[in-house]
Design a binder for this molecule. Structure first.
Ligand SMILES: Nc1ncnc2c1ncn2[C@@H]1O[C@H](COP(=O)(O)OP(=O)(O)OP(=O)(O)O)[C@@H](O)[C@H]1O
Length: 262
């Protein structure tokens, strides 16, 4: 594939509806955005605005959409192929649900290597565990022997071990304690720089998005109503009324959280 494409990922006129003919609801409505190579792009908005639906459509979990996703200017087929999953990996919100309870970490990490035909399994597992901050002893543990943060590190390792270009992150820290959230966010930030990764991250938490992403689309009722830079988010510089209220509500939520922790 050529590297001259303007964008690594593009969504063009994406719409997703659910329900039968008579009770059909459009939950993503004509959404377009682009992400450059190496960039971290966020989708933010209240619960139910359609963020995860976009991620599920891009990841191939739901092929029932209108519009298109382009990877380096090429439209992705509705049924994603193996090459897509080599390049694009997903990290889910719930580190408890996303790891198989009867598989030790080594097996969790060996499976994607086998599927995608990688060599040097043992070395790659050791390297990747180290990259996510887990020592060699974690290799032989079951998920129930791990904390929430350690499980999410394993989930990140499972995504990274096949050297993808893009990580799709669906609220990757919202199931974790606040102190652990910061560790995982810092890990994601470091990994992106070290490995020249591109992120699409979905979150309802503005602080999380402003920490990780350079740009974010603000979603409301299935549409991206405006895009903001991380600096605009931090300085509460929004054009739309809805975004201003959303930013204000988030700032108040963070202040409340800080008061509770103090
Ligand atoms: N498989 C489905 N069938 C029917 N409705 C669905 C389905 N998946 C999502 N929805 C609906 O689509 C809307 C958008 O859901 P989505 O999960 O994308 O929101 P979200 O912004 O990610 O919210 P949250 O942060 O709570 O996950 C919601 O009203 C949801 O109930």
């Amino acid at each position: 594939m050529s590297d001259v494409s303007r964008f690594l990922i593009e969504a063009v006129g994406l719409s997703v509806s659910f329900g039968s003919q008579t009770a059909r609801t459009r939950v993503v409505d004509d959404v377009s955005f682009h992400i450059r190579k190496g960039e971290a792009y966020g989708l933010i908005g209240e619960s139910g605005c359609g963020k995860s639906t976009i991620l599920r459509a891009l990841s191939g979990l739901n092929g029932e959409y209108d519009g298109a996703f382009l990877l380096r200017d090429r439209e992705l087929p509705k049924k994603r192929d193996k090459d897509f999953f080599r390049r694009v990996q997903m990290v889910f919100q719930d580190p408890y649900g996303s790891l198989h309870p009867r598989k030790i970490v080594e097996r969790v990490l060996a499976e994607p290597l086998a599927i995608h035909g990688f060599d040097r399994h043992s070395e790659r597992i050791a390297e990747t565990l180290d990259a996510v901050g887990l020592g060699p002893s974690f290799r032989y543990r079951y998920p129930h022997e791990l904390s929430g943060g350690q499980r999410q590190r394993v989930a990140i390792a499972r995504a990274l071990i096949i050297e993808p270009e893009i990580l799709l992150l669906d609220e990757p820290t919202s199931a974790l304690d606040v102190s652990v959230q910061a560790e995982i966010l810092n890990l994601l930030k470091r990994l992106r720089l070290e490995r020249d990764l591109t992120y699409l991250m979905v979150s309802h938490d503005l602080a999380v998005v402003a920490h990780i992403c350079e740009r974010a689309g603000v979603m409301h009722q299935g549409q991206i109503i405006e895009e903001l830079s991380a600096q605009q988010i931090r300085q509460s510089q929004a054009r739309e009324d809805y975004t201003r209220k959303f930013l204000q509500a988030s700032i108040e939520a963070v202040a409340r959280r800080t008061e509770v922790e103090a």
